[in-house]
Write a protein that binds this ligand. Structure first.
Ligand code: SF4
Length: 317
């Protein structure tokens, strides 16, 4: 880090010079969220990537998100400041194993969460995010049998909400599995008025004590519209930055992880992105996301199907 160097001003200068747009996920640090042209969850960011007229998309998020942007905007240069910014959930579903799973469960529509590699998307019929997973499944004919991958907790949540015949892939996100029910309930004892708000990637026991369950964007919206004053937030704590920005008079308590010493409710992949890395990435226009043309073309169809269906629902819940 060059002491005293104004990385932010330089990034802003290069951004306008190169006609670039910076898209940041809610799990990024506050300085990156403030620097971004647009901050959102996976669904909003993919919609933004599909509609931007910038020449360069710099993605402050993880690899599968940048890949989704490339699939939706194949003619644009899509940059990711650190290629090691992966995702434990995406890693839990490898193409070879998933092909076998589909073969073992024939005749099912493959609904895949956006947190997957481009190869997995290319094997899918329709993509979903945590914002629209229930609506996407409900949009399918009632008797349609479904495969849901890769998150078993979100899959289980969708199954309970829709009552559909769903075969669920056994994948998880290391962050959302980490929350401790006991520690959350202890916090609730200390703050009895606090509402427990939970992402659907969390395990069932945590979801069962929730006052509200929703995607990152839905949790943010809920804290804005709700008349409560205090929330225990069971998702990656990066979102609390936007919650505080939107409603600074309320209190937000990060749900504690099982191991109170590890800080493992933070996504270590998301936090690999820094302002300094964004600066070098934009300067060198590297690392760039590249996807094989056949995979890119095939993966586009199930994403387009999702965007078309979620467009019909209007603003996300
Ligand atoms: S929070 Fe979980 S699902 Fe999201 S990017 Fe990190 S590891 Fe993947």
């Amino acid at each position: 880090m060059r002491q005293g160097y104004d990385y932010i001003s330089e990034i802003k200068r290069m951004r306008s010079e190169k006609n670039a747009v910076i898209l940041a996920h809610y799990y990024q640090t506050g300085d990156i969220q403030d620097l971004a042209d647009f901050v959102g969850d996976s669904l909003a960011l993919s919609q933004k990537a599909a509609s931007t007229d910038a020449d360069i998309i710099l993605f402050a998020g993880v690899r599968f998100m940048a890949e989704t942007a490339k699939i939706l905007a194949p003619d644009k240069k899509v940059l990711l400041p650190d290629m090691n910014a992966g995702c434990s959930l995406a890693d839990s579903c490898k193409a070879k194993d998933f092909k076998k799973f589909i073969k073992e469960n024939p005749g099912r529509t493959v609904v895949t969460y956006v947190n997957t590699t481009a190869e997995i998307k290319a094997l899918s019929d329709i993509i979903c995010t945590s914002s629209n997973a229930v609506d996407i499944v409900n949009s399918l004919p009632k008797d349609e049998k479904i495969i849901f991958a890769p998150d078993r907790n979100l899959g289980n949540y969708v199954l309970n909400k829709t009552g559909r015949d769903i075969k669920i892939w056994n994948g998880t996100c290391h962050v959302h599995e980490e929350f401790s029910l006991e520690a959350i309930l202890k916090l609730k004892d200390e703050f009895p008025d606090a509402k427990i708000i939970v992402h659907p990637e969390c395990e069932l026991p945590v979801r069962m004590v929730a006052d509200f369950i929703g995607s990152t964007a839905a949790l943010l919206k809920y804290t804005g519209n709700d008349n409560g004053k205090c929330y225990i937030v069971a998702t990656e704590p990066g979102i609390i930055y936007q919650m505080k920005k939107n409603n600074p008079d309320k209190t937000y308590l990060p749900a504690p992880p099982r191991d109170s010493t590890c800080g493992c409710s933070e996504c270590s992949f998301m936090k690999l992105i820094t302002v300094q890395k964004i600066y070098y990435c934009l300067k060198n226009e590297k690392p760039e996301i590249k996807i094989r043309k056949d995979i890119l073309d095939t993966a586009r169809k199930p994403i387009d199907r999702m965007l078309e269906i979620s467009g019909k629902f209007g603003p996300q819940k």
